[in-house]
Design a binder for this molecule. Structure first.
Ligand code: PLP
Length: 354
């Protein structure tokens, strides 16, 4: 029996999405592929509220985190860090030979727009990275406030929306995001292996002045091939077929607003449960709508709970990184329903006698 995944990615994929991917292979240098690419790009633009250029890459999100800094950091990057994934982006920036500073916040805290403003006002930075939804801590950054600050500077605004895009409204253009990236195994409920990003005209222009952009994620190569409605290297064709299906389902069956509302409703129910039985790690106003990070105030033996949930057909998520022992996480993203979530929470109640 397949287990239900309550981990923050990968998440369950519907039989219909699998069906959409179970079709004969096509070549990627022909018209049928170009149509598929076009349809995916159109659907993604609607999802991301952007008119910018969309690139689809055969990688997980980390690949595009590397690509974003590789193409858009010229002099020095400010990496805003408040958890494992944002810290990873700082590491990636340095590993790619870029000058970079981390603006560190405690795990569980949201990045502070004022402190970001202070840093950017030094004039040292031409790019900044931000993780919108810190999956390790369940913190959703106040991106509107931060975007208002970033707009005052000539800084490339690079944003990881890996665990929020498709579950939360993120208006990439309104926010002035230069590179907005995510992978499809989280809120998009598809198998891993495909990442996508929107890239602004300004970022593309800048990339032309940045040397050593590398090969695999060179935005200008992607742009050149996009003009022919193709990709530079072999794309993840089957996952793209799933992506086209999911985008159709989102736009034409569920509706974007309904999808966001469903995520909000699931988050509300999970937060209510967490506050009743434990505590939230983040301040409630910054608590994510796609994954709840619970402070393990009862000292529950999470490995034991994980094993018991596994026996009942669920995959439980412990904490991540340095807070692995003090927290656990409940993902409520993708095609998850409020009923399934409630059953899961009830099952935990039963196991723990809550
Ligand atoms: C999952 C995740 C990543 C990394 O994604 P991969 O698919 O493993 O490359 C990066 N950032 C955030 C916020 C994530 O949740």
């Amino acid at each position: 029996m397949a287990k239900k995944l309550f981990i923050p990615g990968p998440v369950d994929v519907t039989p219909e999405a699998f069906q959409a991917m179970s079709v004969p292979m096509i070549g990627h240098r022909g018209g049928e592929f170009s149509k598929l690419l076009d349809e995916c790009n159109d659907g993604l633009k609607k999802l991301m509220y952007t008119n910018n250029t969309i690139f689809i890459t055969p990688s997980s999100s980390t690949g595009l985190m590397e690509g974003a800094v590789r193409n858009c950091v010229k002099e020095r990057c400010l990496n805003v860090c408040n958890g494992a994934f944002s810290e990873r982006w700082h590491g990636i920036t340095k590993e790619n030979g870029k000058e970079a500073d981390a603006l560190m916040f405690e795990w569980g805290q949201a990045p502070d727009a004022k402190l970001i403003d202070e840093k950017l006002s030094t004039g040292k930075y031409d790019a900044m990275t931000l993780v919108h939804n810190e999956t390790s801590t369940g913190v959703s950054a106040p991106i509107e406030e931060i975007a208002r600050v970033v707009k005052n500077y000539d800084v490339s605004f690079l944003v990881d929306t890996v665990s929020s895009m498709g579950g939360v409204k993120i208006e990439a253009d309104k926010l002035g995001i230069d590179v907005c990236l995510f992978g499809v195994q989280k809120c998009m409920a598809l198998p891993p292996g495909l990442a996508a990003c929107s890239v602004s005209e300004r970022a593309l222009k800048k990339a032309g002045t940045v040397s050593a952009r590398g090969h695999y994620f060179d935005f200008l190569a992607y742009k050149k091939y996009l003009e022919k409605k193709q990709t530079p290297t072999t794309p993840p064709v089957s996952i793209m077929q799933g992506l086209r299906y999911q985008l159709n389902r989102i736009h034409n069956q569920e509706g974007l607003e309904n999808r966001f509302a469903r995520h909000t409703k699931m988050a509300d129910a999970t937060r209510k449960w967490a506050k009743k039985n434990y505590a939230l790690l983040p301040e409630e106003r910054y608590s994510s709508n796609t994954v709840t990070c619970v402070a393990n105030t009862r000292n529950t033996d999470c490995n034991d709970l994980k094993a018991k949930l596994s026996a009942k057909g669920y995959v439980f998520s412990t904490g991540y990184g340095k807070i692995a022992d003090k927290t656990f996480r409940i993902a409520h993203m993708g095609e998850r329903t409020i009923e399934e979530l409630q059953t899961y929470l009830n099952t935990i109640d039963e196991i723990l006698g809550l």
